[in-house]
Design a protein around this ligand. Structure first.
Ligand code: CP
Ligand code: NVA
Length: 306
């Protein structure tokens, strides 16, 4: 049976830790895996712009001995030029895997259903599972035991926040979310995360006070205030989110030496100051690098020999 990665919920806690262990090996010994996906192809179907997701998947696939084919938004014109299920049915006759970056999360589900080959969610409006995997791998790399870490997420209760909640709940990391009123993560995400957390020991809180969320946290995380597709809301959001900026004053409330994380792209001067982004606390580029290492592990697990 093919396996997809549409949501962190597609992975058990054990599978996540297995991916992390493989990622450590891939990062240490790149050459040992240079033929692992030889002869395999990965199609990248993107409806939104990208730097990290596109480059890390393309280069990662090359480093594993395979190749990637990138299809830009105008090329496939998902759902307009051709129905999602027809795109899936066609591409899966050529390629061994599909990465989809899209707006409606339903497109990922429809693509997965109609595809014969594994489908990986490279970001939807609802979630960004590859990001959360790389993020938790980074936290583990720096702080060792996820179960002893509290990550404070300050900002919009968006796709990245949703995936971090699921990933924390699965792995036992603690997470404190603070968003402005009306921008909390989806109720269904919170409900599912709390259910999983009861099994993993993860402590989850969601509120509206950034100072409270950050207090004592070992990791402080943020993302843009307006995600791709919400650009026209930025002026309104700049007012609503103004107290949710990661700046030196807020960071001072976190644990000493707290890590600062951001999935990137960052809007410097909005959700994060230059001072914090460029500080010794910031691990944002290690995080970006780890996208590639973790995704190579995902590609081996999903596209490799069974
Ligand atoms: N973090 C992330 O997914 O970056 P891109 O949008 O540049 O791919
Ligand atoms: N929340 C952001 C993440 C970008 C990687 C967006 O969806 O635009």
């Amino acid at each position: 049976m093919k396996k997809n990665l549409i949501s962190i919920l597609d992975l058990s806690s054990e599978e996540i830790y297995d991916l992390f262990n493989l990622t450590v090996k891939l990062k240490k010994n790149k050459a040992a895996y240079s033929r692992t996906l030889s002869g395999k192809s990965l199609a990248l179907v993107f409806q939104k712009p990208s730097n990290r997701t596109r480059v890390s998947f393309e280069v990662g696939m090359y480093q594993l001995g395979g190749q990637a084919v990138y299809l830009s938004p105008g090329e496939i014109n998902l759902g307009v030029r051709e129905a999602v299920k027809d795109v899936a049915a066609t591409i899966s006759r050529y390629a061994d895997g599909i990465v989809l970056r899209t707006f409606q999360h339903q497109n990922c589900l429809d693509m997965a259903e109609a595809s014969r080959v594994p489908v990986i969610n490279g970001l939807s409006d609802f979630s960004h599972p590859c990001q959360a995997l790389a993020d938790l791998f980074t936290v583990r790399e720096k702080l060792k035991d996820l179960r002893k870490v509290t990550l404070a997420y300050v900002g919009d209760g968006n796709n990245v926040c949703n995936s971090l909640l699921f990933a924390a709940a699965k792995t036992g990391m603690h997470i404190a979310v603070a968003t402005p009123e009306g921008y909390a993560p989806a109720e269904s995400v919170l409900k599912e995360s709390l259910k999983l957390a009861a099994g993993s020991g993860s402590r989850i809180t969601v509120g509206e006070d950034p100072l409270k969320a950050v207090e004592g946290a070992q990791v402080v995380y943020t993302d843009v205030w307006a995600s791709m597709g919400q650009e026209e809301e930025i002026n309104k959001r700049k007012i609503i989110f103004k107290d949710f900026q990661i700046n030196a004053r807020l960071l001072a409330k976190a644990a000493p030496g707290a890590l600062v994380m951001h999935c990137l792209p960052a809007h410097r001067g909005e959700e994060i100051t230059d001072e914090v982004m460029d500080s010794v606390n910031s691990v944002v580029f290690d995080q970006a690098e780890n996208r590639m290492h973790v995704q190579k592990a995902v590609l081996i697990k999903l596209l490799g020999k069974r």
